[in-house]
Design a protein around this ligand. Structure first.
Ligand SMILES: C[S@@+](CC[C@H](N)C(=O)[O-])C[C@H]1O[C@@H](n2cnc3c(N)ncnc32)[C@H](O)[C@@H]1O
Ligand code: SF4
Length: 453
């Protein structure tokens, strides 16, 4: 079976499984009242992870799939920061105890688009409302073209210890085609400056499958990425979803590589990172240095998958703060209103901004664990997972019947209980996980997700 045959067979539309059930299956059955009740049920012993979403950018990159918009005025950014503070206070009150926060992740959009003093006040409030241990992870997503010196200083002061730098591709022709011109020097200066303020862990984001990308070009980009000495590199496949993200229509589809070219680009980047850079592949789309905590978590079976992709974060409760953010509590998922306007209306009225979610059933939890283990470890023992959940393995074993064609194509090995995704199967790991997704109706193979390859 050639790669082209495999791609033709498996390039359907499948979720990235940053949650299970996936977001299209959330409904209005979960309301603000449900969320407050769930928060009140958490025990003081449950550590929390916080995700704060900032939906503002300096410009809209044409490929961007994130929830964000261009807001250049300072007043609305400052007003939004006040809303984040109100929401944090609301969450702390609903918990009814002083919780321990082991991870704080600022995402976006561009979190550094908040005024520096606002960002610092929010961090101070978090430390006021919650117990944040010294070894808590404090992470932020950074657009190097929008990072002023005073912001860098502030990042040093808030105890930042993990930064993720958006790169995508270093080729100027690709950068022009995606509306994000970011010379290598700027990215390099940003990486150096973050090291100078003692940020111990740096991640770079690259994307393949973008307009005008070629094999030679992505190899050059991967080699330039190595020069920056990042601890982790994420290599995402471009998700072209113009039916959801209208600005992606400005991308000329004739310039987009097809599934075979995407597959080859992914493989070319992986080869550079693994053989020239000594990075280890982690799950579907991450690479980490062997001494990095992500690689260590992978080796010890402690890797997790969440909305930010692969993570070492093991906190059983993730609290989403800000427009569109999704919380994941032991009871289920709850998502805030996606637009900043609707979010503001709820928070200003003193209500949670939750508009949808899903309460997890015992079967959801069982399937979620199988899917998470496959996505993270590339293996899962169906019998062991069922036993740990006190569940009948029958539904999992029934789903495993679908593994036959993957076995025939040498993408997995299955001994009747344990699934092992082979190295050839890594690019198709989402397809393997999808076998255990009870919500994935054939109708969903429509335009809701991006292609698998
Ligand atoms: C939420 S963005 C925030 C980072 C920051 N604003 C920046 O652009 O540098 C995080 C990452 O998501 C990835 N991303 C955004 N849109 C994407 C898409 N349509 N397909 C694949 N990856 C995408 C990019 O790699 C980007 O760096
Ligand atoms: S990629 Fe980053 S900077 Fe560009 S629009 Fe998306 S969130 Fe904003």
């Amino acid at each position: 079976m050639t790669n082209a045959d495999l791609i033709a067979r498996y390039d359907g539309r499948v979720p990235r499984y940053t949650s299970y059930p996936t977001a299209p299956h959330f409904s209005e059955a979960v309301s603000g009242a449900t969320y407050l009740r769930w928060l009140g049920e958490l025990s003081p012993a449950t550590p929390l992870s916080l995700y704060l979403h900032v939906p503002f950018c300096e410009r809209l990159c044409l490929y961007c799939g994130c929830t964000t918009s261009v807001v250049r005025l300072e007043a609305p950014r400052r007003a939004y920061a006040e809303l984040l503070k109100s929401e944090l206070r609301m969450v702390a009150a609903a918990l009814g105890h002083r919780a321990r926060v082991t991870q704080i992740h600022w995402g976006g959009g561009t979190p550094t688009s908040l005024p520096v003093d606002s960002l610092m006040q929010i961090m101070a409030l978090i430390r006021d409302l919650f117990t944040v241990p010294d070894d808590a992870e404090v992470a932020i997503e950074i657009d190097p073209t929008a990072l002023a010196t005073q912001q860098l200083v502030a990042l040093g002061e808030i105890g930042l210890n993990r930064a993720s730098i958006g790169v995508q591709d270093f080729d100027p022709a690709v950068q022009r085609a995606i509306g994000r011109v970011q010379p290598f020097d700027i990215t390099q200066a940003c990486a150096l400056a973050l090291r100078e303020i003692d940020v111990p862990s740096l991640n770079l984001d690259l994307i393949y499958g973008l307009p005008r990308q070629t094999i030679d070009g992505v190899i050059r980009t991967a080699r330039q990425a190595l020069e920056l000495g990042a601890d982790r590199i994420a290599v995402f496949g471009y998700a072209h979803v113009p039916w959801m993200k209208r600005h992606q229509r400005l991308i000329n589809e004739a310039d987009l590589p097809d599934a075979n070219a995407r597959f080859a680009q992914r493989a070319a980047i992986a080869k550079v990172l693994e053989s020239e850079g000594n990075y280890l592949p982690v799950g579907l789309d991450h690479y980490a240095r062997p001494d990095d905590s992500l690689a260590r978590a992978m080796t010890s079976g402690q890797l997790h998958r969440g909305f930010q992709g692969y993570t070492t974060d093991a906190a059983p409760a993730l609290i989403g703060i800000g427009a569109s953010s999704i919380g994941c509590l032991p009871q289920g998922y709850a998502q805030n209103a996606p637009t900043a306007v609707a979010y503001a209306a709820a928070i200003e009225a003193g209500r949670p901004a939750i508009v949808r979610g899903i309460e997890l059933s015992a079967e959801d939890r069982l399937r979620a664990e199988v899917i998470e283990r496959i996505m993270c470890d590339l293996h899962a023992d169906l019998g062991a997972v069922a036993a740990a959940h006190g569940a009948d393995p029958a539904p999992l074993l029934a789903a495993a019947n679908g593994l036959k064609r993957f076995e025939n194509d040498a993408l997995v090995q299955f001994d009747g209980t344990r699934i092992d995704v082979t190295e050839a199967g890594r690019p198709f790991v989402r397809n393997v996980a999808a076998l255990f997704d009870a919500y994935l109706a054939p109708a969903e193979a429509g335009p809701r997700h991006a292609g698998a390859i």
